[in-house]
Design a protein around this ligand. Structure first.
Ligand SMILES: [Fe+2]
Length: 291
């Protein structure tokens, strides 16, 4: 393997820890090997990297343009205090992420993936869960696969955060200041996504999905709840237990992920660099550019 990488599979049908590499100094050949491994495994964990944010963003940029550079996901307020009040908008955002989801399906263009590093890890390690939607689709019976191939759903933060009771504070004009609460048409996405690199079919579901086209909204919600619950079980799920200095990258076109509840009286800070999706393959059906 290029650069002396060693691969240690995790206890799931996807995912691997990669050892013997210093991300900050990789060359093009090692990056190419990593890119292949990401396509194969969907989730790569690089322990003990301790990257600067500049190094993290540079690594993420190798995969493509960024949707946004390293942003803190943290319960540490700008004044250094630790936020645990459930009414706080930052805490609401953290808690909302405990539902399984793909990143930015609520945006016109879904994310390619993300590079995340851990700077401050609480005693309970605040694990992040990952779930393989390619394996989930493969595990469905033929009738269910055929049905899902015909279905599309809306994706929205207004829906997911509203349903879980975690919408942020409204501004005077009724809008929200946080990322993802846009006023564009609600993205509509097929429930089966063809992965642009592998050609394989993947379920595209998660907490942002709602109002399946042509289905009663109540029926749609129950259908999606059942599908999400079933999809994220067994060896299709892996929880990463964070250590300080870990770097993780995942393929958001295949995997879902979720935060887990941790003791918010302890400080935690991870840094999330979001890699933009390719509009030619990751745009919502109603946000494709007319050529
Ligand atoms: Fe996320």
């Amino acid at each position: 393997m290029a650069g002396g990488l060693t691969i240690e599979r995790v206890d799931a049908c996807f995912g691997a820890h990669i050892h013997g590499i210093d991300i900050a100094t990789i060359d093009d050949a090692v990056y190419a090997a990593i890119r292949e491994l990401l396509t194969e495994f969907g989730l790569l964990v690089f322990p003990s990297q301790h990257l600067t944010l500049e190094e993290q963003n540079a690594f993420a940029t190798r995969f493509g343009p960024l949707e946004f550079p390293a942003a803190a996901i943290t319960n540490i307020a700008p004044d250094g205090s630790v936020l645990s009040d459930q009414a706080n908008d930052t805490v609401k955002s953290i808690r909302g992420n405990e539902g399984w989801h793909h990143d930015s399906t609520y945006m016109p263009v879904q994310a390619f993936g993300a590079v995340v590093s851990a700077e401050i890890v609480p005693p309970d390690r605040a694990p992040t869960g990952f779930a393989d939607m390619r394996a989930a689709f493969d595990a469905l019976d033929t009738a269910a696969q055929d049905q899902l191939r015909t279905l599309s759903a809306k994706h929205s933060l207004y829906y997911s955060q509203g349903r879980s009771g975690y919408l942020p504070t409204q501004r005077d004009d009724g809008t929200y200041a946080m990322y993802g609460y846009h006023d564009k048409e609600t993205p509509v996405r097929p429930m089966v996504k063809i992965h642009p690199d592998t050609g394989r079919e993947n379920l595209l579901v998660g907490r942002h999905a709602h109002e399946i086209t042509g289905m009663d909204p109540v029926e749609s919600e129950a259908f999606l709840d059942e599908l999400n619950d079933w999809a994220c079980t067994g060896d299709r799920v892996h929880y990463h237990q964070w250590d300080v200095g870990d770097v993780v990258v995942w393929d958001n076109r295949r995997l879902m992920h979720r935060a887990t509840e941790f003791d918010l009286t302890n400080p935690r800070r991870i840094w999330h660099t979001r890699i933009a999706g390719d509009p030619s393959t990751e745009a919502a059906d109603n946000h494709r550019l007319v050529s």
